[in-house]
Design a protein around this ligand. Structure first.
Ligand SMILES: [Zn+2]
Length: 186
């Protein structure tokens, strides 16, 4: 029966990529905010909670965006230190980004005392919003990709990241399978 599961998973990934492709390739300016200046590609910020989230949950999205020439930036809100392996996991994040072709100066893993990895850690949504906005300005970001409200896997830190991005009422575009937060009303 494993093939049924594999087929379903492959179908879900395919629908995700098609859905994202529709949004990003749409010529309608109402779909995404217009690009500033003469830029043709977007600065995308992926906000995750722990090292490995980028690979486990967003690798197809990252590869698709890369293939279209968009510049991916990753803000990882913790070093994933729940088991005391934070330094090791942070290095794994940078190594994964080498493979995903994201330059290291476009990747940051924070180690904030109030944002430590753990199922029982409650992350402040205002603080998450503040940190996200700092990096939006730092990297001149056009749009944000992050977890859905369930945090994809249900991890409380993932869910807090979702609500942190919503905190500033960053506007969300919805297609059937993808949430993308934009910085302008759509
Ligand atoms: Zn995670």
């Amino acid at each position: 029966m494993a093939w049924i599961w594999m087929l379903s998973a492959a179908g879900a990934v395919l629908l995700w990529v098609i859905s994202l492709g529709r949004i990003l390739s749409s010529p309608a300016p109402s779909c995404l905010p217009p690009l500033r200046g003469d830029r043709r590609n977007r600065n995308v910020l992926l906000v995750v909670a722990h090292p490995d989230d980028e690979s486990m949950f967003f690798a197809p999205t990252i590869m698709f965006l890369n293939s279209r020439g968009h510049r991916i930036h990753i803000l990882c809100m913790s070093q994933g230190n729940a088991d005391g392996l934070g330094n090791f996991r942070k290095e794994e994040l940078y190594n994964a980004c080498d493979t995903l072709k994201i330059p290291r100066n476009q990747v940051k893993a924070l180690d904030h005392p109030k944002l430590q990895d753990g199922f029982h850690e409650k992350w402040d949504h205002g603080l998450l919003a503040e940190l996200a906005m700092e990096h939006v300005q730092l990297w001149d970001i056009d749009l944000i990709v992050t977890f859905d409200s369930y945090g994809v896997s249900g991890h409380p830190n993932h869910r807090d990241v979702h609500h942190g991005i919503w905190y500033r009422r960053l506007f969300v575009m919805f297609s059937s399978y993808t949430y993308i937060n934009t910085l302008q009303k759509v």
